[in-house]
Design a protein around this ligand. Structure first.
Ligand SMILES: *Cc1c(COP(=O)(O)O)cnc(C)c1O
Length: 384
């Protein structure tokens, strides 16, 4: 018997009872004092979580990609040269977006599952002396990889001091260490339905002063209307938006951020990394090897064992009430991506491993039921 499907995928993620409750409250007008106060407070808490206290983080109705596009057009002039560093599907998306805007784009690529090397990114920038922008995905959700953004940003800055470093932090925000100021990043974007424990529908964008100052006059930028961050910035400081915001999500954001900050942002990073490592260890004991050379705490991308298709495992997991992410592109038949993102604790994470061993057993694969769970527990209890 399955009572309720468990959402253990890298977005959308489970949400807390407090967040569900606030979203069920009677409707609030977006020009009311109540809403303005909540909006201002949510932005301020979000800046704390993003390690940029007191700075502007803009909220946009839409998704993470909406926020990326808005941040990109806010600081990248038409006809720019863009170096896109990628080793997975989301990183590739930013190269596509830049091409769609007519930029000259060169890629620094690494195979899916491997890391982007700081030296390769630096070499890519040196090879394009005109490059004004570097795009990069911190936690590459399609491969389960956490790129070493601190080292990559330092190498990029040394190779091209004025380059704008535009970062997709959709699954690293509230999952992995992320320090936009210390690491000298220029734009960091994320969305609500991943680490922040909210439903989909909000995108977030933070820009450095360097990025805000790059294109001060509208005439030098690609035209944008609903995605014009330069127009939004002064409004949002007053708790207002140019267009109607997703009111319940903003109220929910305030609650989710309070919960996260009460736990502690750094503790949260540590907790997620630990849970994900335990899931990877448990799945490894079942013959599901990690896909990523440097795993992201946001997602445990694994190969399914030889002799079975990912879709069959996925179906068997669903029959047990566990929904995980599937593999993407050419890895769709061989990879699964369970995740501990969002309102997920150790016993939710344990359900991933317990369900995998039951699913593989149901598919007549040679697994010892209990071996994965034992490995998971040992990793959490003994740290090895
Ligand atoms: C989910 C995800 C996205 C896309 O987010 P949307 O909110 O669907 O636009 C982008 N990048 C990464 C790394 C993601 O995990």
């Amino acid at each position: 018997m399955v009572l309720e499907e468990r959402l253990l995928a890298p977005g959308p993620v489970p949400i807390s009872p407090a967040v569900r409750t606030v979203m069920a409250r009677p409707a609030v007008h977006h020009r009311s004092a109540t809403f303005r106060a909540a909006f201002v407070r949510a932005r301020s808490l979000l800046a704390e979580v993003l390690q940029v206290p007191g700075e502007d983080v803009l909220l946009l109705g839409g998704a993470g990609t909406t926020a990326f596009e808005a941040a990109f057009v806010a600081c990248v002039p038409p006809g720019a040269t863009v170096v896109a560093a990628h080793a997975g599907k989301f990183g590739e998306r930013w190269a596509q977006l830049a091409r769609r805007y007519g930029h000259h784009v060169t890629s620094v690529e690494a195979p899916w599952g491997s890391v982007l090397e700081p030296a390769s990114v630096a070499a890519g920038l040196r090879a394009e002396p005109q490059a004004g922008v570097l795009t990069i995905t911190h936690s590459e959700t399609s491969t389960g990889t956490l790129h070493d953004l601190r080292a990559i940003a330092a190498a990029a800055r040394a190779a091209a001091p004025d380059v704008l470093i535009v970062v997709d932090a959709v699954t690293s925000l509230a999952a992995a260490e992320l320090r936009p100021r210390e690491w000298d990043l220029d734009a960091v974007i994320a969305g609500s339905q991943k680490g922040l424990m909210l439903p989909p529908g909000l995108g977030f964008a933070w820009l450095s002063e360097r990025a805000w100052a790059r294109l001060p006059e509208a005439g030098r930028r690609h035209p944008a209307f609903t995605l014009d961050l330069h127009a939004e910035r002064p409004r949002q400081r007053q708790g207002a938006t140019g267009i109607t915001p997703p009111v319940p999500l903003v109220l929910a954001l305030e609650v989710a951020l309070e919960q996260l900050l009460a736990f502690g942002v750094e503790s949260w990073w540590w907790h997620k990394a630990n849970l994900n490592a335990a899931v990877l260890a448990g799945l490894d004991a079942l013959g599901c090897r990690a896909f990523a050379a440097r795993p992201s705490p946001a997602v445990a991308a694994v190969w399914v064992p030889a002799g079975v298709e990912a879709a069959a495992v996925s179906q068997a997991l669903l029959a047990l009430g566990v929904r995980v992410g599937g593999g993407q592109d050419t890895f769709a038949t061989r990879m699964l991506r369970p995740s501990v993102l969002g309102y997920v604790d150790a016993f939710d994470a344990l359900a991933i491993v317990a369900a995998f061993e039951r699913a593989l057993h149901a598919l007549a694969l040679p697994v010892t039921v209990g071996a994965g769970v034992a490995r998971f527990q040992r990793r959490l209890v003994d740290g090895v």
